[in-house]
Write a protein that binds this ligand. Sequence first.
Ligand SMILES: [Zn+2]
Ligand SMILES: [Zn+2]
Length: 290
Amino acid sequence: MKIERSSLCHSDLSVIDGSRIRPLPMALGHEAAGTVTKVGTGVNDVQIGDHVVLVFVPSCGKCRACNAGRPAPCHRGADANTSGDLLHGEALLRSPAGERINHHLGVSAFSEYAVVARESLVVIDKDVPFDIAAMFGCAALTGIGAVLNTAQVSAGETVIVFGLGAVGLMAVMAAAGIAGTTVLAIDPLAEKQELALRCGADHAAGPADAADLVAAHTDGGADVAVEAVGSGKVMETCLGLLARGGALVSVGLPHPDQTITTQALQFAGQGKRLLGSYMGDSVPSRDIPL
Ligand SMILES: [Zn+2]
Ligand SMILES: [Zn+2]
């Protein structure tokens, strides 16, 4: 397929800085949209010329997670991604000298053309611009999915989002689209706070003012905190800002050396929940069209 647009996601940077350990050398890029230029044997439901969004978990459709309707934790997809292979076999990329180059998340979109598994794409309408479509493959699935699928935010709840990159802003938009919610957006950069307000946040502030914001706009804490920074310290802060029964949704990718320290009693004693959200617990073939 021809890659039409590919954006730089923080998870690409996480491979570069070692937060995400992957086999090297690797061709990065995983948030992209493109046009199908060739179709492999056995693929009957994709046509040459189709516009597609690439998906960074090529779920197998056969494992227990896939059969349960939760393809994001598919272990076959995770194994292929961890080893730098495609879902159905070995990496196909080679350097001019013939050296193996690993695929990033089955996509490797920082290229003009890519070979991907059928499971790594979703066909989209041709009237969606490619630069917007690209973001649906990672930021939209991850941020919107964290709110709708993982936290299952209900009408009237208060949602605080830490980290206003693409994923955080998608979470803000998803939460703001639910009736009666109050959305609080936190980031050190004033321009990102401004962007969050334009995306539907009710209030925005820097991290130092997060506790005051929660005190002023909730009755005893936030119902849901979305951590889109990838910081153990911010996760600890989020837990402290939750109401009884509230949920922390961990979305950002902390460095593997990071740990969290928090009061153990708050989970059983106050009903707080800590929910990990990979790819927003999304079903790409359902959620990208949605
Ligand atoms: Zn990404
Ligand atoms: Zn599977």
